[in-house]
Design a protein around this ligand. Sequence first.
Ligand SMILES: [Zn+2]
Length: 498
Amino acid sequence: MRIAVLQFSHETVTFLPYDTQLEDFIYQGSPVGGEALLATDPKGYMGGFVQVAREFDGVELVGIESPLWPKTGSGSGWVTQQAYEHFLGRMITELRAKGPFDGVYLCLHGAMAVRGVPRPEADIARRVRAEVGPKAVIAATFDPHGNEDEEFLRHADMGFAVKYYPHYDMHLQGQRAARNLVRGIRGQFKPAHVTLKLPIISPTGVQWTGASPWSDLIQRALTWEAREPDLFVNVFFGFPWADVPDAGMTFQVISNGDRALAEKVAKDMADFAWRKREELLYSTKVHHMGPGVTMAREAVAARHTPVVLCDHSDRSGYATWLLREIIEQGLTRTLIATIASPEAVQAAIDGDAQPGDPFDMEIGGKADPSAGEPVRITGTILRISTASTPRAMGGGQQWLLVGFGDGNVVVISPFLAQIIEPAELWALGLSPEDFDVIAIKSRVHFRRGFDDSGFARTILLVEPDEPFLGTVRLDALPYENLDIHGFYPYGAADFEPG
Ligand SMILES: [Zn+2]
């Protein structure tokens, strides 16, 4: 049994002013094929897939050369058609050279947006299908932020989406993809599926599955899966920062040959979400920047520390709103991570900066209006350190640490970086006992290390007052490829599940 393994993943913020280019996908370790591809991300989709696929006798996995996440993480705009065609074209050529295959595993995200290609994941499946033929079985894994409609499963046989946000079950979904791909090739699993789109669009910051009713929605999917063997319920929350025609919430239900069951469950899930739509949109409290930072000060005074201040809205990494407010309100013992400022990092590297050297530069801002103005920081260089943050979160680069004010430290990175574990900060040489407040840029992923781990005693989500890219005010975004007024809560959206 020969199975080809491919990866092509990005979460594209199309409203950012700079495209994701071919060279953004090319760096030490990317693109990668063969065994090295199979060894990437042992705790993620790929690790789960490879682990279970190799539990079956006689399965040969062929790693097709694939790009990993771009250097920019998700802090870059439209993927250029050149980059997309370059990598996909090479994959198809390699499939042809190394075929025939009985099956293909596509390690995808679902929210990649490519100039001129309205539904990239479906397009990947279509072109892979054209190459491997109608008999091969194609299985994929997806992020819950995927923007998908029925087009993908026209060309592929099955998909398995992560349920939790933060994404705790990537390895599990990889395992499911392997098991059911092998069963599909053996004729033991005959996918019958239903895809149902629901006209709800929500900012990602409110989609935390730790809070009701997002947790109830996921529990409902898990209950269906527990009740009905061989039933798989994918809940795509959607990714509103990509201006694509298939954005918004989607349910995908896959059964073993029972389309009526898949349809019943898809309708039940969609009906439940529709009934809960108001709570889904407004369950998470987001504070304006000024009052949010004031609340952080009050929490410090009350010793409800550590406090995590989270600007959930920064999509470029350059935003300075929270840094500026922290300085204006005179916060002390505060760690800000990170402000994207590639020139500052490069200047320090080029100048062979050493710990103790003075630092006086404007950092951040300017990338687009939502980033705000640069902020001048006068302080002392503490160190230049290699980030342990995962590449998809903007890590794997040299970061610059600058001390300023009364016990404050700002971490300057070349790209948007999303800190999801406090350990990523301590790995830079910092100590938790030195800080009362940690200010980060993340919507929900940080809850993995700062909330669900028991680390933070106070968590405050903040955003700037203006309806910028990344804030909860999606109706301020210049969508061209979808009409936001057809979605709850921005228009007269309606849904009849029956
Ligand atoms: Zn996601």
